[in-house]
Design a protein around this ligand. Sequence first.
Ligand code: UDP
Ligand code: MN
Length: 256
Amino acid sequence: SLPTIYLITPTYDRIEQRAELTRLYYTLLHVPNIHWILVEDSDRKTDKVRRFLANCQIPYTHLNVATPEQLKLKSSDPNWLKPRGVLQRNAGLTWIRSSLDKQTNRGVVYFADDDNTYSVELFEEMRSTKKVSVWPVGMVGGLRYESPICDRNSVTGWEVYFKPDRPFPIDMAGFAVNLQLFFDHPSAWFSNNVQRGYQESTILKLLDVTMADLEPRAEKCTKILVWHTRTEKYKIKNEAKLKLKRGKGTNPNIEI
Ligand code: UDP
Ligand code: MN
């Protein structure tokens, strides 16, 4: 049978959340043998996500863990100020290590943020990952794309501008890891105490990955199959005005 793709997705409550999750879900519906681990950044599982998952026709696991207040981004903060999704990805890894069986489960782990855009083809590229597979990511790092540089079937360098001296200058969306590596390296975790841009390098280092282990995918890293899209923050600016004008805003019982 096909190895299972375990997708770890951090997500948080915001106006755009259900739109992002709906779009991602409809992509995942096209992918066989997938298990979606959706991890809410909250003290409790929200009814919004519960209801959303109740209608999902793919295998999923619903988890939650809150980012501590002092590490949480304010909506006025620039995104890069603090790490995002760290404890949530770790909660996904804890679930994987405790719920799956090292001997019998064959699979691949991918960290899929809820706002990126994924081609269905990407998942078939990563499914055959022996250790770590890599590919380019569109619209990231201030370039058109960032990419590993490949010579035949190995990675020899990186096409990046931002902090090129990182051990692995790659976006979270640009690699997948064989499930076995997480069993073989039980202390590999993400961390809130690393420099900006070092999440990916941190986990790959702790998994004992070297450049020689990297397996280029997407036609030797020449095809863009994932885009680091970011949704514009929606401003609800007219609800108060509507309320003034006619005594009530829109129906609060309608979930957006
Ligand atoms: N995220 C989260 N809590 C937050 C902010 C973000 O769980 O307070 C999640 C978000 O839903 C996404 C991932 O962490 O799946 C990365 O966040 P974002 O897309 O904002 O980061 P960027 O695209 O700027 O790297
Ligand atoms: Mn994002």
